[in-house]
Design a protein around this ligand. Structure first.
Ligand code: SAH
Length: 697
């Protein structure tokens, strides 16, 4: 069997469907999966084990046999815990075949084959009866089917089905209950991920303000969850407007309903401000008494307790449809609407002198439909991209650079997805501005958004959109003029790794014949930078676990390692490092440069060398990022912004993902005797646009 995998080609900027062997998909799934992270989550594992022991004891005390149903067994961990705790039999259900196979091996290796039956099915396909998958219904239901939003991985329909068909009435459930908490906040930083703020431009003839069209102002955005490591958000970046409030809970030991519904709570702001964001997280009680609690609460909620780092469960940021000024002490209603898989929020003010009847009335106008982007901007720009476009410091660098290169007779072409550069170029005096927005089958058609945008700013006849791809550019698109200024941020929505934005270079090469002989290209060049780091926590996601709560899970470690090494050379992976603190062990080093004033060369660009390690620490990997040299003395970094102190703490660009290459010492869990230098070989293949790298410690 062959599978087709979508992948952006950095030399054409578009998606291509590559035929891959049948193994490819599952190797990707395993290699990039969160299984390792879950096995490293000590707090989770310990509490599941305590909860499972307690549930088995309760059933035994009633004089019953303990029959366990473990839905989504993964490595088989929770079933092995149950068997060790004295369960009589466990049915371990796992839909993902490679994992079910791994579970069989792990269960056998740990000596539980007679107590645990692994069933490779989706739980809704499982049959009960003398000839069925399960001999009888279970009286203990164990699952770990939660994502950061709790219900995004389908926990509710799975529980609903299990209670109807697979478990006995009055069964014990581990976890017993989940509770979702919310806190209303004002945060310019997080709000900047939802909407475009007005952009101020100092032009020759006074200040110009670029405004979003009104549809964008009132657009509810997209329903996909915004999950982040909220513990990396400094308290100075938001203001709490309410206390932490319980929004809703689900009792997993009783029948569960998955149908759409809503929950509402009354709030009284503890502070006046602009209600913009609902921060949310959940906890699970492993037992009915609530004594065994596993929480995702961020640092400011229980400042004294030690935080467990984990990446498989984080916290959620929900954007209210509109920003709402609220007063301390006034009455508000916060509504959480949910369908089977996602949650969204709505805030309403209580009306004057409201009574119970009034409250009922309110319920009628609770908005139940999930947010759908009407303005199209949320389909073109994702949340980090909104943040980037709203970054005034960054905009200022582009304005300063454009001012240096633009003249009143400039003919300017912009090549970047969803960029405001054409508008800036127009206000800064370019005579003729066009931007390339080729529509692609794989991407949302951006033309109508731009029309609305230009209309809101009275620019309809000022900036021309060219829908052709660079290689199909014709002189007529440019009104038979040559391009005197070619600009790009560069930014392309299909880029995954930092160097994929080098598509700008390929596009520049494709339009070479349209460039004036004295053309200015902005950025004039780019450079690839590298630094060796020790991660505070991120290393865990790729590091083997070995023994987990006394169970040997090395089979899983081996599987992950094989999948990581499936490709001949390992690959770098994108991570937003502002969420994943690390310390630098070397100085940052510029390793390759790309000269945009010239066409992409035929030959590869290679470099090798070594970097000295200046600080003590574990060399987990290399971080790589791009810097763009816009004009003389003006550069923007998509990676390191600042190294803040002698300890090597780093500040990363908050809008971009950086490339992380994990060293094999992390993947093999080797302890190295203090290396003093790292040698590297890096190769940019101009034919494919990909960068391959190799490191030795
Ligand atoms: N129980 C393991 C793994 C949890 S990850 C542990 O705690 O370490 C969740 C697993 O559940 C995944 O492997 C996923 O493939 C599986 N899964 C999710 N929903 C399922 C369902 N309804 N039926 C069977 N497997 C499911």
């Amino acid at each position: 069997m062959k599978t087709f995998c979508g992948r952006a080609n950095p030399t054409t900027g578009s998606m291509e469907w590559l035929e891959e062997g049948e193994d490819y998909d599952y190797h990707q799934e395993i290699a990039r999966s969160r299984y390792a992270d879950m096995l490293h989550d000590k707090d989770r594992n310990v509490k599941y084990y305590q909860g499972i022991r307690a549930a088995v004891s309760r059933v035994k005390e009633r004089g019953e046999k303990a029959i366990v149903l473990d839905i989504g067994t993964g490595t088989g961990l929770l079933s092995m815990m149950a068997a060790s705790a004295g369960a009589d039999f466990c049915y371990a259900i796992e839909v993902f075949k490679p994992m079910a196979n791994a579970a069989v091996k792990i269960v056998e290796k740990n000596g539980f084959s007679d107590k645990i039956k692994v069933i490779n099915k989706h739980s809704t396909e499982v049959t009960v009866g003398p000839d069925g998958d399960m001999q009888c219904r279970a009286n203990i239901l164990v699952t770990e089917l939660f994502d950061t939003e709790l219900i995004g991985e389908g926990a509710l329909p799975t529980y609903e089905h299990a209670h109807k068909y697979l478990v006995q009435e009055g069964c014990e459930a581990v976890p017993h209950r989940a509770t979702v908490y919310v806190q209303l906040v004002e945060s310019k930083r997080m709000w900047s991920w939802k909407k475009l703020f007005p952009v101020h431009v100092e032009a020759e003839d006074g200040e110009k303000i670029i405004v979003p069209p009104s549809e964008m102002e009132n657009c509810p955005g997209v329903p996909s969850v915004c999950d982040i490591q909220l513990n990396q958000m400094p308290s100075s970046d938001f203001t709490a407007l309410s206390d932490v409030v319980t929004m809703f809970s689900v009792d997993f030991s009783k029948p569960v309903q998955s149908a759409s519904t809503y929950y509402r709570v009354q709030l009284e702001p503890v502070k006046s401000g602009k209600a913009q964001i609902v921060l949310s997280w959940w906890d699970i009680d492993m037992d009915p008494s609530g004594m065994i609690n596993c929480t995702m609460a961020p640092y400011w909620v229980k400042p004294t307790s030690a935080l467990q780092w984990r990446d498989h469960w984080m916290q959620c940021v929900y954007f209210l449809p509109n920003e709402e000024p609220v007063l301390q002490g006034e009455k508000l209603y916060l509504t959480a609407c949910r369908d089977e898989y996602s949650v969204w929020y709505n805030l309403q003010k209580a009306r004057e002198g409201e009574n119970k009847a009034g409250e009922e009335e309110h319920k009628a106008d609770v908005r139940v439909e999930s947010p759908v982007c009407r303005c199209r901007a949320h389909l073109l720009w994702n949340r980090p991209r909104f943040g980037e476009l709203n970054d005034q410091n960054r905009t200022r660098q582009y304005i300063r650079s454009l001012r240096k290169v633009l003249k009143t007779d400039s003919v300017c072409l912009c090549i970047s997805d969803g960029s405001l550069l054409p508008v800036l170029a127009h206000y800064l005096g370019a005579k003729q501005v066009q931007c390339m927005q080729p529509s692609r089958i794989d991407l949302y058609h951006p033309h109508e958004l731009w029309q609305a945008f230009f209309k809101a700013n009275h620019l309809e006849d000022k900036i021309k959109i060219i829908e052709a791809r660079p290689e199909l550019l014709k002189p007529s698109h440019l009104e038979d003029k040559k391009i005197s200024v070619l600009v790009g941020e560069p930014f392309f929505t299909t880029s995954l790794l930092p160097w994929h934005n080098l598509y700008f270079w390929y596009a520049r090469t494709a339009v070479s014949t349209h460039l004036a002989s004295n053309v200015t290209v902005l950025p004039q060049s780019a450079s690839l930078h590298m630094m060796i780091v020790e991660f505070q926590d991120l290393w865990r996601i790729r590091s083997p676990c070995g023994i987990c709560e006394g169970f040997d899970v090395q089979t899983m470690d081996e599987m992950i390692k094989d999948s990581l090494n499936f490709r001949e050379s390992k690959e770098a992976e994108p991570h937003p490092l502002w969420e994943y603190p690390c310390k630098s062990l070397s100085d940052p080093k510029e390793v390759l440069t790309f000269d945009f004033t010239k066409a992409v060369p035929q030959h590869c660009l290679s470099t090798q060398g070594s970097v000295n390690l200046l600080r003590k620490g574990r060399s987990h990997g290399a971080v790589l990022w791009m810097e763009y040299h816009l004009a003389a003395d003006i550069s923007v970094s998509t990676g390191l912004m600042q190294m803040s102190n002698e300890k090597g703490n780093c500040e990363w660009n908050p809008h971009c993902k950086q490339a992380v290459y994990f060293f094999s010492s992390v993947i093999e869990s080797e302890i190295l005797s203090d290396p003093t230098a790292v040698t590297y070989a890096i190769n940019f293949d101009t034919k494919t646009g990909e960068i391959a790298m190799d490191f030795k410690l």
